[in-house]
Design a protein around this ligand. Structure first.
Ligand code: NPW
Ligand code: ADP
Length: 341
């Protein structure tokens, strides 16, 4: 186990060829965001561009694409097919309770057929990032039956169908795939809730990176989050071996491991404990993968630089005042400070 150093991290920064064009620096396909989490789609996409990726396509529901487009002209949009919420036998006596239910349902669930819409992008992308703010629409710890019989209506089942179809397609991808946030929660569901249903064991694509926070890793390993926190390195290594992927276990002293080599990140501070900073990290790692780094090197460089951006941001804005969006502006300063070393 090694602690990452600035000298080592500097050697990982990808070279910028003079004779280059946008695709020299790779294409990130970012499948992210949902009606309640539009910010996650923005933050993860723009962070990839900020670390040097040449091209980022955001694939999401039309509403998310529209919102992100209003925030920035820098991201290419790929709006996906959605499916309407289907109501059955609505009982007028329970209209009030239905409207309460609807507030917690993503009204722009992505249709599973949208995976076909992505076939060209999935081939063209250098790296695929999935899950930041993708929303599973229902309680993460209790995936409900989509038929809410109490209210006599069939409700949309969030993005489950889409994600399942996507995961099947991704199995054959040769590029690095980074799974974050709700993608991890969905994978946990497939691993544990479907156990005993005689389904084939879940495998992730060959070059996967997963970026769980402790609770997400607890869900993946089906153990208590306190156990994870008591021995973070041990459980990160177990997950890397079980899922045959690079694991980034987030939090103070983030752990990066492929199951054999393990690194601890020394950068970062409590300024990063703010909603959305994990989405920025996913974009950063994706951006470095796009520029040709191996998944393990991209994860090490990404986590270190993300923390350094938080350190520089806190120097100027205090650990209280930094927003996830501020990190985006401090990424170039963090790269500059690495280059000046
Ligand atoms: N602007 C946007 O659009 C944003 C969008 N976002 C998107 O939202 C989606 C849901 O993400 P989320 O983090 O809100 O839900 P989730 O991971 O299930 O956490 C729920 C519970 O887990 C725990 N927990 C969390 N962190 C922990 C830790 N470090 N260590 C230990 N435990 C931890 C904690 O449980 P507790 O400890 O309270 O029991 C918490 O209540 C996701 O797709 C993300 O990308 C966000 O990034 C925000 C900004
Ligand atoms: N106290 C802390 N010190 C260092 N890094 C932190 C701290 N708190 C959070 N972070 C980092 O901030 C990010 C938070 O990600 P995550 O928990 O997924 O949040 P969100 O889902 O809101 O984006 C991770 O990269 C984590 O390592």
């Amino acid at each position: 186990m090694k602690t990452l150093t600035q000298e080592y991290i500097k050697t990982l920064l990808p070279h910028r060829a003079d004779n280059s064009h946008k695709l020299t620096f790779g294409h990130v396909l970012n499948i992210a965001g949902s009606i309640n989490y539009r910010g996650a789609a923005y933050l993860s996409s723009i962070a990839a561009l900020r670390v040097g990726a040449g091209y980022v396509t955001l694939a999401s529901s039309p509403g998310v694409c529209q919102s992100v487009c209003a925030l920035t002209p820098n991201i290419v949009m790929h709006p996906l097919l959605t499916r309407p919420i289907i109501y059955a036998e609505i009982n007028p006596n329970i209209v009030e309770s239905i409207s309460i239910e609807l507030q917690s349902i993503d009204t722009e669930s992505i249709d599973e057929k949208a995976v076909m819409q992505l076939s060209v992008q999935l081939q063209q992308a250098t790296v695929i990032t999935v899950g930041s703010g993708l929303s599973i629409a229902q309680s993460k710890d209790q995936f409900n039956n989509p038929i809410n019989s109490q209210h006599g209506m069939a409700v949309a089942e969030g993005n489950h169908g889409f994600f399942f179809a996507l995961l099947t397609t991704l199995q054959t991808c040769t590029q690095t795939v980074i799974f974050d946030a709700d993608a991890l929660n969905f994978i946990s569901h497939l691993l544990h809730k479907s156990a005993g249903l005689h389904q084939p064991a879940l495998t992730l694509p060959n070059h996967s990176i997963i970026t769980p926070h402790p609770k997400e890793l607890a869900r993946l390993l089906n153990i208590d989050v306190h156990d994870i926190q008591a021995d973070r390195t041990h459980y990160a290594i177990i997950a890397a071996k079980q899922l045959h992927s690079i694991v980034v276990l987030k939090g103070k002293d983030s752990v990066i491991t492929d199951g054999e080599y393990t690194f601890i990140n020394p950068t970062g501070n409590s300024a990063l404990a703010k909603a959305g900073s994990g989405d920025v990290l996913t974009g950063i790692i994706g951006g470095f993968c796009a520029q040709g780094l191996s998944p393990l090197n991209a994860a090490c460089l990404g986590v270190y630089l993300h923390g350094l951006s938080g350190d520089l941001a806190a120097e100027e804005l205090t650990q209280y005042g930094v927003l996830a969006n501020d990190l985006i502006h401090f990424i170039p300063k963090a790269i500059k400070s690495l280059l000046q070393q």
